[in-house]
Design a protein around this ligand. Structure first.
Ligand SMILES: [Fe+2]
Ligand SMILES: [Fe+2]
Length: 336
């Protein structure tokens, strides 16, 4: 016991008044400023739009959201924890703590959408599908394998950025498509809040990758590059199959893959690398770019999180607030 204690040595206090990397502090501030919760978005306002969709399109929405839930589960349960092992500064660990919690909010927010739009039987089927569908499970299991078993902290960061900035986008395509058509706008509001988080996460982790990468020799950098492009090829080949599985039935597969390519290039850019695909923003379906550009333009001054976001109603607490779950029909002690 004493030996183990001496291994720990003196425990270091995190000091936010002495920050080694200003990006840590700036990212913390950005992320806390854009904090949000799924329960504040009025998804039920989309039920009319939802009812107008035929069964096939409803299937697509439900199942790509199931896929997104799985990927956010990976991020909240394995992703940030594995990145913490390679964190260089205490402030980086704090930022990763923030990100980890928000990944849990992301994963939970899909359930808010499901419980509003889908029946319990449909929800159970979607989760069964997400827990077993081959190409979706490939994405999750390959990335988790790197998180858990690859000893190179830079590889974990590459896996993270590819997941966040590329693999999510085959799923994000659907809500952005509907938003571009002015449908399911509250569902899309949730997705846009998630997207905005992912954009900060991808940039930040990509930056941390570059800090480590720049300390390597040229030969080591070349090895890192080869490894990263190989991984992206493998993930993209799987993504083609996943997109086909989800989108052939509605004829969107090619458009979805163009969007994935566009975001794969962005992921490489976050890592400081050259894009792989000749695809640019002008190749992406303009309806999707329209969805992306439909900013929640009247950003609320107080919440800073967009015009679909409801501010909480605050009231003082009373003793009754602590009686949740207590059956008030039971006799109290004195009545026995
Ligand atoms: Fe996420
Ligand atoms: Fe993320």
């Amino acid at each position: 016991m004493t030996d183990k204690l001496s291994d720990i040595g003196n425990y270091k206090t995190i000091n936010w008044d002495r920050v080694d990397d200003a990006i840590d502090k700036a990212t913390w501030e950005k992320l806390t400023e854009q904090f949000w919760l799924d329960t504040r978005i009025p998804v039920s306002n989309d039920t009319n739009d939802w009812r107008e969709l035929d069964d096939t399109h409803q299937w697509v929405v439900g199942h790509v959201f199931g896929g997104l839930t799985l990927l956010d589960t990976v991020q909240s349960q394995d992703g940030m924890r594995s990145l913490q092992l390679g964190a260089v500064t205490p402030h980086e660990k704090a930022v990763l703590n923030n990100i980890q919690f928000m990944e849990s909010v992301h994963a939970k927010s899909y359930s808010t959408i499901f419980s509003t739009l889908n029946t319990q039987t449909e929800i159970d089927e979607i989760f069964h599908w997400s827990d077993s569908e081959e190409y979706l499970q490939n994405k999750a299991r390959w990335i988790v394998d790197l998180y858990r078993n690859d000893p190179d902290p830079l590889h974990k960061k590459v896996a993270n950025v590819f997941l966040e900035t590329c693999l999510f986008y085959s799923g994000f395509y659907t809500p952005l498509y509907y938003l571009g058509n002015n449908k399911l706008v509250n569902v899309a509001e949730i997705i846009k809040l998630i997207l905005r988080d992912e954009s900060v996460h991808g940039t930040y982790i990509g930056y941390k990758y570059q800090v480590g990468y720049n300390q390597l020799s040229q030969a080591e950098q070349q090895k890192q590059d080869d490894w990263a492009y190989d991984l992206l090829y493998k993930l993209y080949a799987n993504e083609e199959k996943y997109a086909s599985l989800c989108y052939d039935q509605v004829g969107w597969t090619n458009d979805v893959l163009t969007f994935v390519q566009y975001n794969a290039n962005k992921a490489l850019m976050n890592l400081g690398k050259e894009g792989l695909f000749p695809t640019t923003a002008s190749d992406v379906n303009p309806i999707i770019m329209n969805g992306i550009n439909t900013t929640t333009s009247n950003h609320d001054f107080f919440s800073q999180v967009g015009n679909g976001y409801l501010l909480g109603q605050v009231e003082a607490m009373s003793d009754d607030d602590y009686t949740i779950g207590i059956d008030d029909t039971l006799p109290d002690e004195g009545d026995k």
